[in-house]
Every structure is written in structure tokens, then in C-alpha cells.
Design a protein around this ligand. Sequence first.
Ligand code: V47
Length: 371
Amino acid sequence: MSRISLLELQKKVINGERLTREEAIHLAGVDDLLYLGRLANIVKERKTGSDVYFNVNRHINLTNVCVSRCKFCAFSKDKGDPDAYAMTVDDVLTDAVSAVPLGITEVHIVSGLHPDLPFEYYLEVISKLKQTMPEIHIQAFTAVEIWYFAGISGLSVEQVLKRLKDAGLGSMPGGGAEILNDQIRQTVCPKKGSSSDWLETTRIAHKIGIRSNATMLYGHVETMEDRIDHLIALRDLQDETGGFQSFIPLPFHPKNTGLDGLQKPTAFESLKVLALSRLILDNFDHIKAFWIMMGIKVSQLSLLFGVDDLDGTVVEEKITHAAGAETGESISRAELIDLIFEADRIPVERDTLYNVIQVHKAGKEDPSHEA
Ligand code: V47
């Protein structure tokens, strides 16, 4: 370990060379957060200059009933629990349509693994949403959900994905990755698909042209080395498929979970994870700070530590709020723009696939877009 020189690593970053696992572990041991941030910022600016992306979206969670009952999750319930719910297709349409006046370009759907809802329900959700709002991109179902749908329907993962794509699915969110290490999954989410199930489902999605994001849940029982192995597994898959759009590290919120009592990751730790992610994932275009989980202030600061995306308006968020999130559930488009300007960056409103909708110039807002 001591053979690695920080100056050599710095040169590699400046020259755009890939960091090895050993080098990444060495960097992770550096306590000078500002130094790591400056290095990550070099990579961020090389990729996206001063631009910071956001979108106008609405999250919907179809059901909180879940057969997995992961230890880190405060959102999931058993069937029959007093606060268990499952939305009808009409409920979903009502929620999505209610967000249209906000100017949403995306509906983002992540849900529990319900024991009884058939695959046809999910197909109907997607096809009805698409029929009702054809212009809106539907980003739905993590790789874990897709893998589960294959199990309940008797179809292959590829058949499930193709049928959802035909119904109107645009892309997949990055959840369910947690930590791609089966020993850790046995501890925190034993009933969920394995690391290779997540990676293989994602590989198949990319192969048939469905792009996706990737997340990493950190701050529970994993070590820094586990995080780095997770990042390298994603980097390897991205080399193969090129189908990932953004990487989103998710800080663990312990309240009301089976791991209550653990401390939420500090701002220092989160900024370090974001900076290291930017440095290790050289083949990912975007590193996202999900403001709901990071908090507004850390998200804003992260724009100087390698982050180039703040996610979106969200409107309603249940997963982190069940686990004690202190942020609001919604933020306006105008607030997101201000946050980005305040960090001396350029707000770029994007659609889900990172097509630019509007580059915002200070003091030149189009009032018809204000929300
Ligand atoms: O997989 C669950 C995480 C994920 C907790 O793709 C928790 O743009 C923290 O997929 N504390 C689902 N995290 C959320 C998700 C997502 C979120 C934002 C953006 C995108 C994207 C995707 O939420 C789960 C799990 O890792 N999670 N419980 C908790 N207590």
C-alpha cells in the first residue's frame, strides 16, 4: 500500500487514466477531503464543465407491501399491516396526471415486491401511463423488481423487459444494488436477488436498449473496501454495455429500520463517497446527489466534489421519509435552479436521457417555466 504515491495518483487523474482497486483503496484512506474534492472536480469539469443537471419529475411508489423486508428499509410492510397499501392503476394515473401542471418530463416508479399483484398489473400501469401522457418518460422498476417479475410471471428476464418496453417503459432506476457483495446481502437483505442477479438483469436491460442508473447504499455494515468493489463491479459492467447513465450513492437512513441505532453517514463521509465515485467511475458520465437523501446543503456542496446532477423535483417521497429523512419531499424547479446558481454552476434542465431542455442563464428565467 505504502508503495503508492499520492502524486502519481494525482497525475493519473489529471491524465484521465483509470485507477486500479489498490489505488482506489489508497485514495479512500486520504483524510484530506478538500484534496479529494479538488481531484474529483477535475474529472467532473472535464466531463461536464460547469453544467449541473436536474429534471422535473414525480416519484410514485406503487405499493409498500414487500416480500423482501430488508433490514435497512423502513418503507416496506407485510400484507395486512394497518399501513400497507397498493395503488390501483387509476390511483397511479391520478397522481401522475396531478403533476403535469408542474411541467414534469418523467415519472419515476420504485415499489415493494408485492406477493399477489400479477405482472399484468405492472404492464397495465406502464401502458396506461403511456397512453395518458405519451410525452412523459417512464423510468420504472429496479433490476430487483424486474428479476422478481420474471419469478412471478414464469417469463425470462428478457421477456419481462421486452414486454415492459413495448408497453412504454423508457428506462430503469438504479435501486436494489445496495452493496454488490453476497455476504453483506445475506446480512441486510437476505431475501433479495443476489449481486449477480442484479448485474445480469441490468446487463440484459442494456443489451435490449433500456438504459439504467446504478445506486449504492452505504453507511450500514459495509467497509470502504466493499464500496470500492461495488464501484469496480459497476465500472466493469459499464465497460461491457455502456448502458448506465448516472451513479447515485444513497446514504443509509437508520430510523425505524432493522438497523436503527447506527449513525447516519456524516456530511464528510458522504462528500468523500461522492468524490471517490467520480474518481473511480471513469466511464460514467454522471454522478448524482439525490438531494432527498443527501440533504440540500450537502448536495449543493457536492457540486464542488465531483457531482453534476441533483435529480429532480420528486414531489412525493416515501422510502427515505419512512426512515427519518429531514428534507422536504418536494422542491420546485425554481429552487433547484437557485441552488445550482448559488454553487456558481450552470443549471441545465434535462430529460431522463440527458437531452438538454433548457440551459439557464442568471437573471434570464423564462417566467412561463416557473414552478
Ligand atoms: O434500493 C431503502 C434505498 C433504494 C433506505 O435511479 C434506502 O435516479 C437510505 O432506487 N436509507 C430505492 N436508502 C431508491 C432508488 C432511487 C432513488 C433515487 C434516485 C434513483 C435513480 C433511484 O432506496 C433502495 C435502497 O437502496 N433505501 N431504504 C434507507 N433507510
